[in-house]
Design a protein around this ligand. Structure first.
Ligand SMILES: [Zn+2]
Length: 293
């Protein structure tokens, strides 16, 4: 049961996330011949890479809402790029891509994170197969967020590798190697699934999107508190009601006021200050059932 004919590996969707940029530039994925699918690579936002910025006019990874993609809407650089990429690799193109692996880094200490979208029927089985061979992998599901505007969403199966912590504009050899190795594991996994007659869904722990939490801000929009030091770096760790969340510039502590345990991710991500996100709260869920698709 062959599912995957064309895989696209993408770096530089955010121009200052250098791990993906140099993995694509180095060509390490360009000439792999051992798999049962073809591999294309793409440096998604070349002008932002040159400028060493996340983006030029707007975030490219929020520019793929398919109801908005059209040439006459292309009124800025990222909108033009999104249209071009969609034309080249999207479902209407001559050779539509089956899987996108989009390479990102984060300033948050999130280790090795795989981001999936559960509306794709293959997302959970592929995540489970990957976690079985790579126990360090955490799986973050966008479910609950109705956004469908990331670059990966133009393929039937979109996978995002989010590796951290590393600062924007920095190449870190260990992060580079971790990412390269994870991509090879994803490719091997897709190859195995291509040979399988059915795809089992093994037990899996996932962290599902629940809500975004912004910094406390003054009426001018400036943050008036910081992530509490006890929470800094504690991605994927239980945050209980009443736990310290923020601390203001005078030492006053603000606690988590939710009434259920949350599992925060993207804590203090540098690129999210402008988006009004101090962290994303997820719900941890265990998938026990074994099913096949
Ligand atoms: Zn990114």
């Amino acid at each position: 049961m062959r599912q995957f004919d064309r895989v696209l590996i993408v770096g530089g969707t955010h121009g200052n996330e250098l791990t993906g940029v140099y993995l694509i530039r180095s060509g390490v994925f360009a000439n792999l011949k051992q798999f049962s699918f073809t591999i294309d690579t793409l440096l998604a936002n070349p002008q932002a890479v040159v400028a060493n910025r996340r983006y030029i006019d707007r975030d490219l990874n929020r520019s793929f809402d398919q109801t908005q993609l059209a040439p006459d809407r292309a009124n800025n650089y990222e909108a033009e790029q999104a249209w071009e990429i969609y034309q080249q690799f999207g479902p209407q193109s001559a050779k539509p891509i089956d899987v996108i692996i989009d390479l990102h880094t984060t300033t948050a200490a999130m280790g090795n994170t795989l981001i999936i979208d559960e509306y794709s029927p293959l997302a959970l089985p592929v995540a489970a197969a990957l976690c079985a061979v790579e126990p360090s992998l955490k799986v973050y599901s966008s479910r609950g967020s109705d956004r469908r505007d990331a670059l990966r969403t133009i393929a039937p199966l979109g996978l995002c590798l989010e590796i951290g912590p590393v600062a924007p504009g920095v190449l870190d050899a260990a992060v580079f190697e971790r990412t390269r190795s994870l991509v090879m594991q994803v490719l091997a996994c897709l190859d195995r699934l291509n040979q399988a007659t059915e795809i089992p869904l093994d037990a899996l722990t996932i962290y599902r999107y629940e809500q975004t939490i912004d910094y406390p801000r003054n009426p001018q929009g400036q943050p008036i508190a910081m992530i509490h030091p006890q929470l800094q770096g504690c991605n994927y760790t239980a945050l209980n009601p009443g736990d310290p969340m923020f601390i203001d510039f005078y030492g006053n502590v603000m606690v988590y006021e939710g009434d259920t345990i949350g599992y925060p991710v993207f804590i203090n991500e540098a690129a999210y200050y402008e988006k009004g996100i101090a962290m994303i709260l997820t719900q941890r869920q265990e998938i026990h059932e074994t099913a096949s698709i």
